[in-house]
Design a protein around this ligand. Structure first.
Ligand code: ZN
Length: 290
């Protein structure tokens, strides 16, 4: 189940996007065979990717979120577009670390310290790039910090992934609320007040309140208007042909030695873990084409 709602609130002083990503995070976890804490970290970043990518205007705009860190997960990479397509992978798919004292998965310990890179490719000659230090490794806080320091946009970001005892994804989702330049003090105070006793996104989803319930909880007491709804998905655009082009780029010598060493070669796509296999004949045909 995947949903994403965009809207405005408080007479256009706020914009928000909220998403349930249980289905797409479940698919990512299954494809990358992640341990629970990696599912949570990757799921949070995938959810952030689709929320943030919907702030871009054109269909072909691409958002890349990259975390490079010194924790056991090593890095995370997520690519999303403004239509709700997202893909991503962790540097290490199995990380096993103790739960936090409150029984929650310790995403912060899996990530450690490092940098967050945000790249927005909006079809200009040079992509927009922003970089900030990770302040907690919890991802939502790191992105809030990024928006404030790199884009001067005060934001509330909440991301959550609840992993079930059988390692499947029980609930996943997030909400991002941003103050527009017109925002008055009263709306800031109303939001701050809501944050005092705020519940987590997964807590609300687990209570059966749904995506609308999440939005109502975070925007309590503030009028909001839904603009549109889309269905995000885990989507990778790798194809046999694209992988073949990567093979060709290896060059004749490299390919010839592969033919000598192996009977067949399999190449996996980093993003979706799809495997493409080439037998001797396929390889020979590629070499002949060079
Ligand atoms: Zn792929």
């Amino acid at each position: 189940m995947n949903r994403l709602i965009r809207g405005t609130a408080g007479n256009n002083q706020i914009r928000f996007m909220a998403s349930v990503t249980t289905g797409l995070v479940g698919e990512a976890a299954k494809r990358h065979m992640t341990s629970p804490v990696v599912s949570a970290a990757l799921g949070r970043l995938l959810t952030a990717g689709i929320l943030m990518a919907t702030t871009m205007k054109n269909d072909k705009d691409i958002l890349t979120l990259q975390i490079k860190c010194d924790g056991p997960i090593k890095n995370l990479l997520v690519i999303a577009d403004s239509k709700g397509n997202v893909k991503g992978y962790p540097g290490v798919n199995i990380v096993d670390i103790p739960l936090k004292s409150n029984g929650k998965l310790d995403v912060s310990a899996a990530i450690g310290s490092g940098m967050l890179n945000v790249v927005k490719d909006i079809g200009l000659k040079e992509a927009y790039t922003g970089q900030t230090e990770l302040i907690s490794g919890e991802i939502a806080e790191d992105l809030t910090y990024y928006y404030y320091h790199s884009e001067q946009t005060p934001s509330i970001i909440a991301l959550g992934v609840l992993v079930d005892t059988d390692y499947t994804i029980k609930h996943s989702g997030g909400i991002m609320i941003q103050l527009l330049p017109s925002a008055e003090e009263s709306i800031v105070l109303a939001l701050e007040n809501n944050m005092k006793d705020v519940k987590s996104v997964t807590e609300l989803l687990d209570a059966g309140l749904g995506l609308e319930g999440v939005i109502e909880h975070y925007l309590k007491g503030i009028d909001f208007k839904v603009m549109d709804e889309i269905e995000p998905r885990f989507y990778c655009d790798c194809t046999e042909e694209k992988v073949k082009r990567v093979m060709i780029s290896l060059g004749k010598d490299e390919l010839s030695s592969m033919i000598n060493d192996e009977e067949k070669v399999s190449i996996s796509c980093n993003f979706c873990n799809s495997t493409y296999e080439y037998n001797l004949e396929d390889l020979q045909e590629i070499v002949n084409r060079l």
